[in-house]
Design a binder for this molecule. Structure first.
Ligand code: PLP
Length: 464
């Protein structure tokens, strides 16, 4: 760890800036990393060190870090109409165009789009609309929301309440009442001896049904799910999971909200994770790759039955009482429209499908590594489980923080990945080439080998 020089950018950062989702005590003592430049899939820190951004930032910089077309379109929009809102029936044609575009590419028939600035706000708005909808239908008791353990839906009070991340609740008096959680569908960690993926999915669906029955189906309004869990560990669902979950939701008239904030726009090899897994949501939230993350924007798509109920409510109350100053910001909408053009002109989703075998195959080769218990992914998202004994599914002691050790070593070798507990997540920019994937694997392999050598010396790792 380098000493922090007085008056350096890092010293000033520690003095003045609260970092998000950060161990504040560790940051206060050791600082972090400040980045100054990006180029393609690479980013550079203030000392000029190069990193492959194996997480595309926060699963989001889909077109990498130097797409000039997006910079140009933002600049042009800033000169033309840098701001306008969508309150009181006002708006601008960019939001109109983007809403029309999103409805035309939705994975199932959707009716309208509501814009916010972030994924969290999008899911928060979804909760409000679900409550509004059930009030309009005259069933005010049908309000409970079900999320999943280790799910990640954002940071507003409602979106954390849907999420199942213990560290985001602890000390904050969250979740709100009425937010319930069902199993995390991690087959590798959670399956019983001899249980197949299909049987595991049966059990996940049966547990969801038990929860709905215990709460009373007349009180359960909606289920939120990410097609592939991001903050839960870049975790793909087990085979037949979504079919079985959706059958239960349908049986009890529970709405499905697909949280496509990570999966939307190509991450799984199709435009939507819902397409990859046959999900038929009533609402869909998306953000991140909507604008390639060059501007903050999120979109909530809703089906006609939800919209009809909203109009009915608006008739009763006079105004649809919801809105954000920066929702549908014209610069963000301009960037989103250009991003969508780039995806189509360059067939970015086809590219994801073309390079996915190199990505998943490259990670699969680490299955034989003595630190690796399991590897799972789809498209350009994958998670690698680090285990003391992979075959017997014996984890490392949590306090040894093996995941963090691998993440830090990877950074030393010029690769940014994310440790989620002892699961290492990868979601590189969608533009990554096969050659760059190869380089990413080399850097990851070095990190694994370094940490293995240390753990072996400590007597914590098995023989190779
Ligand atoms: C699936 C999912 N939903 C919602 C969010 C929250 O989005 P934001 O950070 O833009 O509020 C995230 C953020 O990573 C996410 O992964």
């Amino acid at each position: 760890m380098n000493a922090i020089r007085p008056n350096s950018a890092m010293a000033r950062d520690i003095a003045f800036h609260v970092h998000q989702q950060t161990d504040l005590k560790a940051h206060k003592e050791h600082g972090g990393t400040l980045f100054t430049k990006g180029n393609g899939i690479y980013v550079y820190d203030e000392n000029g060190k190069e990193y492959i951004e194996g997480m595309a930032g926060l699963w989001c910089a889909s077109l990498g870090f130097s797409e000039k077309r997006l910079a140009d379109v933002a600049y042009k929009q800033l000169l033309e109409l840098p701001y306008y809102h969508t309150f009181f029936g006002n708006g601008h044609t960019l939001a109109t165009d983007l809403a029309e575009k999103l409805i035309s590419i939705a994975p199932v028939k959707m009716s309208k789009v509501l814009f916010q600035c972030s994924g969290s706000e999008c899911n928060d708005a979804a909760v409000k609309l679900i409550w509004y909808y059930n009030n309009a239908l005259g069933r005010p008791q049908k309000k409970k929301i079900i999320g999943r353990e280790r799910g990640y839906h954002g940071n507003t009070i409602a979106s954390v309440s849907i999420s199942g991340q213990p560290h985001m609740r602890a000390g904050f008096d969250i979740p709100l009442p009425g937010f319930k959680h069902t199993d995390n569908p991690n087959y590798y960690r959670g399956h019983e001896e001899g249980e197949t993926e299909e049987q595991f999915s049966d059990r996940m669906a049966a547990n969801l049904e038990k929860l709905i029955l215990a709460e009373g189906p007349e009180t359960v309004a909606a289920f939120f799910g990410e097609p592939v869990q991001g903050g839960g560990g870049a975790l793909t669902p087990p085979r037949t999971y979504w079919d079985k979950i959706q059958a239960v939701l349908k049986k009890y008239d529970v709405l499905l909200v697909a949280d496509e904030v990570i999966c939307g726009f190509g991450r799984t090899g199709n435009r939507w994770g819902s397409e990859t897994y046959g999900m038929k949501p009533d609402m869909l939230s998306c953000a991140k790759a909507l604008t390639a993350s060059y501007q903050p924007l999120s979109a909530l798509m809703i089906s006609e039955k939800i919209y009809e109920a909203m109009v009915k409510q608006s008739e009763t109350h006079g105004t649809f009482g919801h809105g954000f100053t920066y929702g549908a910001h014209p610069v963000a909408c301009a960037v989103a429209l250009e991003t969508q053009k780039i995806y189509e002109e360059r067939d970015i989703f086809g590219h994801v499908r073309a390079v996915s075998p190199a990505f998943l195959g490259g990670l699969e080769k680490f299955r034989g590594h003595p630190l690796v218990g399991d590897v799972r992914g789809v498209g350009l998202i994958a998670g690698v489980e680090l285990m003391q004994d992979g075959a017997k599914r014996v984890p490392f002691p949590a306090e040894r923080k093996v995941g963090i050790a691998v993440m830090n070593k990877a950074a030393e070798h010029g690769l940014i990945v994310r440790a989620i507990g002892d699961r290492i997540a990868f979601t590189p920019p969608l533009i990554i080439s096969e050659e760059q994937i190869g380089e990413m694997m080399v850097r990851f392999g070095k990190a694994l080998d370094d940490v293995y050598a240390t753990l072996k010396a400590e007597g914590l790792a098995k023989a190779a």
